[in-house]
Design a protein around this ligand. Structure first.
Ligand code: PBG
Length: 326
């Protein structure tokens, strides 16, 4: 049967009918909000390259957490800006490190809100790289021990999920072993399994002050031209014990989200990264795009591609917009 018997427009005639046949859903339950935590008191400073996103000191977190929970967003992911950077990134696994303080403050304010932590060296090292560096080379195996220590220190502070983002080989296995040894069998691992060497991270490196002092991240992050390799990355992380995997960035990599979805059955996250956010913000500020419409369209597209949940700087706004659509 074809036209004129079949008319696909028939199912688009009313908003109610369109809603009934909609294939993909987007709700606040699918969103994770990133927080950038800094030392100091009363700090609430907007990040220049990311309008609407703030550097927050720990004392600001209870208020922020109330707002996030009231919007029915289930989780936050934490990034910390240390007081001091060194070759090993010592503050990364310090009991009084900025992220460790933030985890305790959030869990104290609201034990039900899930706390995910980014586990990487780049924000903490003076050279800005994701691993231990010798002669301008990033050493893989020497970095794994530190990643394990960082993950355990986050678990000590009360983190629910650790998310290694450094693309070191073996990082998931090393972190799983370290967590289990420390008695944290129930802390789960969300691996940034498929992370591309992307220029869409530009605004984040400003926000996290984590731009590499020399070179780039192409010896560990993936080549944007590769797709099959993403499945190899995912398979290894699954074998090493990842509970969930992430594809990052999201919008230029929807095909990758889809391929990972087809092949694997564990939960998949997508990271709608800083550049994807700031592009929409900048165009909207000029009146060139409708921010709300474009952001919601992007998020539903990421869900349609196969992501179970999305890390996005739009989380709070999107949750508000979705509520007003109900
Ligand atoms: C590394 C990390 C990065 C992002 C999240 N974790 C930056 C990088 O790899 O350079 C990027 C997030 C974004 O752009 O929003 N710790």
């Amino acid at each position: 049967m074809t036209f004129p018997t079949v008319r696909l427009r028939r199912l688009r005639t009313s908003p109610t009918l369109r809603a009934m046949v909609r294939e993909t859903t987007l709700s606040p339950a699918h969103l994770i909000y990133p927080l950038f935590v800094v030392h100091g008191h009363n700090v609430r400073e907007e990040i220049g390259s990311m309008p609407g996103v703030f550097h927050l000191s720990v004392d600001q977190l209870p208020r922020e957490i109330d707002e996030i929970a009231a919007l029915h967003i289930p989780a936050v992911i934490l990034f910390g800006l240390p007081a001091h950077k060194d070759a090993q990134g010592t503050e990364n696994f310090a009991r009084e490190g900025i992220v460790q303080q933030a985890i305790r403050a959030i869990k104290h304010a609201n034990p039900d809100l899930l706390v995910i932590t980014d586990v990487c060296l780049c924000e903490y090292t003076d050279h800005g790289h994701c691993g231990i560096v010798r002669d301008e080379h990033i050493l893989n195996d020497e970095t794994l021990d530190i990643l394990g220590r960082v993950a355990v220190s986050h678990a000590d502070a009360g983190a629910d999920v650790v998310a290694p983002s450094g693309m070191m080989d073996g990082m998931v296995g090393a972190i799983r072993a370290a967590l289990d040894r420390a008695g944290y069998q129930d802390v789960s691992i969300l691996s940034y399994a498929v992370k591309y060497a992307s220029s869409f991270y530009g605004p984040f490196r400003d926000a996290a002050q984590s731009a590499p002092a020399f070179g780039d991240r192409r010896t560990h992050q993936m080549d944007p031209a590769n797709a099959r390799e993403a499945l190899r990355e995912t398979l290894l992380d699954v074998q090493e014990g990842a509970d969930m995997v992430m594809v990052k960035p999201a919008l230029a990599y929807l095909d990758i989200i889809w391929r990972v979805r087809e092949r694997f059955d564990l939960p998949i996250a997508a990271y709608n990264v800083s550049g994807e956010y700031s592009m929409i913000k900048a165009a909207a500020a000029r009146g060139w795009l409708d921010e709300r419409a474009v952001a919601l369209e992007s998020l539903i597209a990421i869900r349609r591609a196969g992501a179970d949940f999305i890390i996005t700087y739009f989380a709070k706004d999107a949750a508000r917009w979705l509520q007003s659509l109900e």
